[in-house]
Design a protein around this ligand. Structure first.
Ligand SMILES: Nc1ncnc2c1ncn2[C@@H]1O[C@H](COP(=O)(O)OP(=O)(O)OP(=O)(O)O)[C@@H](O)[C@H]1O
Ligand SMILES: [Mg+2]
Length: 289
C-alpha cells in the first residue's frame, strides 16, 4: 500500500506544486493521477521514489515512511517508466532492459537471460534484443521502457505519461497490454496522464488534480462519472472534446464490464464492474459545462 498523508511540496523558488494531499493506493491496483499541465502529477509520482521529497507530510510504502529509506535503494526497488521510454541511446535493447540488474551486480549472462524473458512479457520479439533504441518504433520503445521498469521485479510501477508519444491505435494497444500485465504480474501501478480517456481506460482509482496540486476528486471511474465532485471535475471529464458528454452504457453481461461512451457513441473507456454504486442500466449524463 502507498499512502500520502498531508503531503505538501513547495519548490525552493516558492512554487506550491502539491498542497496537503491525502491519498491511499491499494496494492495490486492501477491508480491514475490525472490533471492538466502543471497540476503536480509528476511531483506527486516522484515523491513515491524520493526523486522529490515533500516539504511536509509523509509518503508511506507498506507502512514505512520513504524518508527513512536510502533513496538509491528505494529507486532500484520501484519501477519507473519515463515519458518517451527514457532509453539509453547507445545501449542495445537487451542492455537497456538489464540496467538495474547490472547495477545491482547480477552477472551479465543472467541479466541477459532475464532481459529476453521480459521482452516476451511485454510482447516484443527477442530479435529486437541487439538493436539500438533508434531502430525501434515509438510503441516498441515504450514497451522496452516497461520491460526495463519490470527488470528488478518491483512491487510498484510508476509510469509518467508513458504512452504520450505514440499514435492512438498503438496507445490503445499499450493500454490493453498494461491492464493484462498488471493483472498477470500483480503490480501496484501509479500512472500519470493528462488524457482523461486514458484515465478512464486504465484506472481502478482516479485522482483528479486541479491547478495548484489540489485533489479535486478521488474515486473509481464509475463514481467520478456518476457523481463528479464539483463543476471543475464535471467540466474536466466532459470538456476534452468540446461538448462531449460521457455516459455509462448498461453493463455488458458477457464481459461484466461497463462501457463509457461519448456523445457520438464512441467508446471512451471500460470500467470493470466491481463498483456497487452503479447498477444495471444506470447511465447518468455528465455534461461539459
Ligand atoms: N524543480 C522545480 N522547481 C520549481 N518548480 C517546479 C519544479 N518542478 C515542477 N515545478 C512546478 O510545480 C508545478 C507542478 O509541476 P509538475 O511537473 O508536477 O506538473 P505536471 O502535472 O506533471 O505537469 P505536466 O503535465 O506538464 O507534466 C508546476 O507549476 C511546475 O512549474
Ligand atoms: Mg509531468
Amino acid at each position: 500500500m502507498i499512502e500520502f498523508r498531508g503531503v505538501t511540496k513547495q519548490y525552493p523558488d516558492g512554487t506550491l506544486a502539491i498542497e496537503h494531499v491525502d491519498i491511499v493506493i491499494q496494492p495490486r491496483t492501477i491508480t491514475v493521477l490525472v490533471g492538466s499541465s502543471g497540476s503536480g502529477k509528476t511531483t506527486l509520482l516522484r515523491m513515491i521514489n524520493r526523486m522529490v521529497d515533500p516539504t511536509s507530510g509523509q509518503v508511506l510504502v507498506d507502512g514505512t515512511d520513504v524518508a527513512t529509506v536510502d533513496p538509491v535503494r528505494l529507486r532500484r526497488s520501484i519501477g519507473y517508466v519515463m515519458q518517451n521510454g527514457g532509453l539509453l541511446p547507445h545501449r542495445r535493447i537487451v542492455d537497456n532492459v538489464a540496467t538495474v540488474p547490472l547495477l545491482r551486480g547480477v552477472a551479465k549472462s543472467a541479466a541477459r537471460a532475464r532481459s529476453l524473458e521480459l521482452l516476451d512479457t511485454v510482447g516484443l520479439d527477442r530479435g529486437l534484443a541487439d538493436k539500438y533504441p533508434r531502430q525501434l518504433s515509438g510503441g516498441q520503445q515504450q514497451r522496452v521502457g516497461v520491460a526495463r521498469a519490470l527488470a528488478a521485479d518491483p512491487n510498484i510501477l510508476l509510469m509518467d505519461e508513458p504512452f504520450g508519444a505514440v499514435d492512438p491505435i498503438v496507445r490503445l494497444e499499450l493500454q490493453t497490454e498494461l491492464r493484462r500485465l498488471q493483472s498477470a504480474l500483480d503490480k501496484t501501478v501509479v500512472f500519470v496522464t493528462h488524457d482523461i480517456d486514458e484515465a478512464f481506460a486504465l484506472a481502478d482509482q482516479m485522482v483528479i488534480l486541479r491547478t495548484g496540486g489540489i485533489v479535486a476528486q478521488i474515486g473509481t471511474p464509475a463514481e467520478v462519472l456518476a457523481h463528479p465532485a464539483d463543476d471543475f471535475v464535471a467540466s474536466f471529464i466532459g470538456a476534452d472534446r468540446g461538448q462531449r458528454r460521457l455516459r455509462l452504457q448498461p453493463r455488458d453481461p458477457a464481459s461484466g464490464r461497463i462501457v463509457v461512451v461519448d456523445s457520438a457513441g464512441r467508446p471512451a473507456g471500460l470500467i470493470e464492474d466491481d463498483h456497487a454504486s452503479i447498477g444495471d442500466g444506470a447511465s447518468p449524463d455528465v455534461k461539459a459545462s
